[in-house]
Design a binder for this molecule. Structure first.
Ligand SMILES: [Zn+2]
Length: 262
């Protein structure tokens, strides 16, 4: 008898949980609070993608627990902007608890991430189109690193189209990459179409990126700074002021936690 009652209560609780998760907004875009690092989640029903997965402390897992039903253990697509620990470090924990269907990145990883070398490399001009998400790559590893640039400059930079939002994902790209994008007219079409909705500010708000030229060209409504406690002085107040001088609303994961976009 006792066992029966416990069974019934468990089933009711499970039912309540399922209803709760299904009634929760099932399509969302979240800039996860992963401390010092980047991770952005898109969920469309039971389809999920991550653009970067935060550091090896696995904070990205907490973000998934907050926004993805506990029974959904497949991430359909992961894109790694570049292989710095604060962007890719979460991959090992993630792959222990979730099945990753596709992994795309700026280059093959090497080192401890070599086991993920089945990943596909994205280059400038590539377009990733899956369901309601489209990601147009406008800067990638090959030219910038062959030019002798640093790892940060090898970041995939792209325009992400999701629902009504146009989002410029800058990875950790530095000033030189930004200048190339501005002066070579890679962002001209965006400017012509009235700018972007959201700027994922480069390199955690570092003073070496997010120039007046770039802001002026893409005119974001919102800028998201993905940042946590760090010893580098990120974000630079100069960058925050620069954005605010252009009337851009700045949102920071260290102040607001997960930043959600409708
Ligand atoms: Zn970084």
């Amino acid at each position: 008898m006792k066992i029966k009652i416990i069974l019934i209560i468990s089933l009711v609780l499970l039912g309540v949980l399922v209803i709760y998760w299904q009634s929760k907004d099932s399509s969302k875009l979240v800039f996860c609070d992963v401390g010092q690092g980047d991770a952005m989640l898109i969920r469309e029903g039971n389809w999920e993608m991550l653009l970067d997965v935060g550091g090896d402390d696995g904070k990205v897992m907490r973000c998934l627990e907050r926004h993805v039903p506990f029974w959904d253990k497949t991430i359909e697509l992961v894109i790694i902007s570049h292989w710095d620990k604060d962007h890719c470090g979460g991959l090992i924990k993630l792959s222990r608890y979730y099945k990753i269907n596709d992994l795309l990145a700026n280059r093959l990883p090497g080192g401890e991430y070599e086991q993920y070398s089945y990943s596909k490399v994205l280059n400038v001009g590539d377009v990733v189109q899956v369901g309601k998400v489209r990601f147009d790559v406008i800067s990638s590893s090959i030219e910038n690193v062959n030019d002798g640039g640093e790892e940060n400059d090898s970041s995939l930079v792209g325009i992400l189209y999701y629902r009504d939002n146009k989002i410029l994902m800058m990875g950790d790209a530095g000033a030189e990459v930004e200048q190339k994008l501005v002066w070579r007219g890679m962002l001209k079409q965006i400017q012509h179409d009235g700018g972007i909705d959201i700027l994922k500010v480069s390199h955690h708000g570092s003073g070496t990126s997010t120039s007046d030229d770039l802001i002026n060209m893409v005119r974001p409504k919102i800028a998201v700074v993905s940042v946590g406690r760090n010893s580098y002085g990120h974000p630079s107040m100069e960058v925050i002021n620069r954005l605010e001088n252009f009337g851009v609303e700045v949102k920071r994961t260290d102040k607001s936690g997960d930043v959600m976009v409708n």
